[in-house]
Design a protein around this ligand. Structure first.
Ligand code: SF4
Length: 483
């Protein structure tokens, strides 16, 4: 040691920093508590320290059902990637899917069962006690007074809830804030089926979006982003082979920003533009129109470009040009959604865009009904409104909520009606608005901690497996129901 740092001074500095660290620690701003690097006392056979393990499972952050591969190191999930073998996302994953890890390790998760006490606050309860309490409440409520509200749940878990409700005489409803009701109603108007079709973006030669933000959050975003990037890519360096993309809507959304042309039609007139294009295609024989489309002639007569141009705010020449481009591409695909379907005429806009697809022969090729998307199977807002009224009238004695947070998305009437339900049970992993209003919270495992499955569309079943041991004292809701 040099003269400037002799042994005595070194020990003094050490003493001061040690005391300082202890003082900071007592104020709660000290170093983080030490964590074990290897969380297993008894190491599972398939875990080798220093070597990553990969598990294939399914993303449950939305109803699209993308396949994921999870990289696990020393028992901890550290990275999610898309599974290239999944027919939905083919190796890609969106930001929301990537964020599943933040949900898994979120320190604000409900870590164990909670019950509301006489003071109105939550207190701890063990699992046996919590399940006994639930059983007692189910017996008390009996039959019609029991409602199980889940998110969009096309899965074995959803089947189990259905079976249980049938067995005890209750009702199972599913609710999703983005229920795509205008899309379902528009499909019923045009084709008599209130289902959601699948859209083949990859093989489209000309794309038109009437308000649908399909590169952001619409239906199955990763699948559509993939398809769009294929259709809109240079083919062997030939830009001519690239599908043109036209976005119609009053707001330049994320999807709109990727368009080759933006048509700022007046809000609410998107469907009128679609009908005007269909009128041009039929009257000028621009496509091989299906034989039975002749019945549309009288419907479309009132929608000539000259008649509607002023209302739409787009000149006649542009409408005719768009119709010609769309029909002559030999693979036109039009989709409607987002803001274009939020108004009173939302369903009519969808029906009009269906007609545009129909007159160019894309229904059955690029728009396929039958491969219905699971998200379209949720209950309607009208059915949820009826439930809210029944709750407000005191007709619901026991409400069980899993995978949805209606007190957040329907903060008015639903939240008030919650107060009239005799007993409310939440299976949420988080203290969300609905859970906070409940009497008993039985936190579910995170999807990365449990077995499960989903049927994102007809013909596709996606399996889900645990990739880590449970982080907290939670239980799969299916197991709680079986218990
Ligand atoms: S689109 Fe796919 S990756 Fe994104 S949240 Fe939904 S299921 Fe997960």
């Amino acid at each position: 040691m040099t003269d400037s740092i002799d042994r005595r001074r070194f020990l003094k500095v050490l003493g001061v920093t040690g005391a300082g660290a202890a003082a900071l620690s007592s104020c709660g701003i000290g170093p983080e508590p030490t964590e074990r690097l290897i969380p297993y006392l008894v190491q599972p056979e398939d875990q080798i320290p220093g070597t990553a393990t990969y598990y294939a499972t399914t993303c449950r952050e939305c109803a699209a059902g993308c396949g994921v591969r999870v990289r696990v190191r020393e028992g901890r999930a550290v990275k999610l990637e898309g599974n290239p073998d999944s027919p939905i996302n083919r190796g890609r994953l969106c930001a929301r899917g990537q964020a599943a890890l933040q949900g898994l390790y979120n320190p604000d998760r409900v870590t164990h069962p909670l019950v509301r006490n006489a003071n109105g606050t939550f207190e701890d309860i063990d699992w046996d006690g919590a399940i006994q309490r639930l059983v007692a409440k189910v017996r008390e409520a009996q039959g019609e007074g029991i409602v199980f509200l889940t998110g969009a749940e096309q899965s074995t878990f959803g089947d189990l809830v259905n079976e249980w409700m049938k067995h005890i005489g209750g009702r199972h409803l599913s609710y999703e804030p983005f229920g795509f009701e205008a899309l379902r109603a528009g499909n019923r108007m045009a084709f008599g089926t209130a289902t959601l079709p699948s859209f083949d973006f990859a093989n489209a030669k000309y794309l038109m979006s009437f308000g649908a933000d399909f590169l952001d959050t619409w239906l199955s975003p990763v699948e559509f982003q993939n398809g769009f990037s294929q259709a809109h890519a240079f083919d062997g360096g030939r830009p001519a082979a690239m599908a043109k993309f036209v976005y119609v809507g009053p707001r330049l959304s994320l999807t709109g920003m990727n368009a080759d042309e933006w048509i700022a039609a007046r809000p609410g007139t998107e469907g009128t533009l679609a009908l005007a294009m269909a009128q041009v295609i039929m009257s000028q024989h621009l496509a091989r129109v299906p034989a039975d489309a002749s019945r549309l002639v009288s419907v479309l007569a009132a929608h000539s470009p000259r008649a509607v141009a002023q209302a739409i705010g787009i000149d006649e020449v542009t409408i005719v040009r768009l119709a010609r481009e769309f029909a002559r591409s030999g693979g036109g695909l039009a989709v409607a959604g987002g803001m274009a379907t939020q108004g009173a005429n939302g369903a009519a806009t969808v029906a009009a865009v269906n007609i545009l697809n129909y007159v160019v022969g894309s229904v059955g090729s690029l728009v396929k009904f039958g491969a219905d998307l699971a998200i379209g199977s949720t209950n309607t807002f009208a059915e949820l409104a009826a439930l809210t009224s029944a709750m407000a009238d005191g007709q619901v004695a026991l409400l069980l909520v899993h995978g949805t947070n209606p007190a957040h998305s329907l903060p008015g009437a639903f939240q008030q009606a919650l107060g009239k339900v005799a007993y409310k049970v939440s299976f949420s992993s988080y203290m969300d608005e609905t859970a906070a209003a409940c009497d008993l919270i039985l936190p579910d495992h995170h999807p990365l901690e449990q077995w499960g499955d989903s049927r994102p569309r007809a013909g596709v079943t996606a399996l889900q497996q645990p990739v880590v041991q449970p982080v907290f004292d939670t239980r799969p809701t299916g197991d709680v129901i079986l218990a």
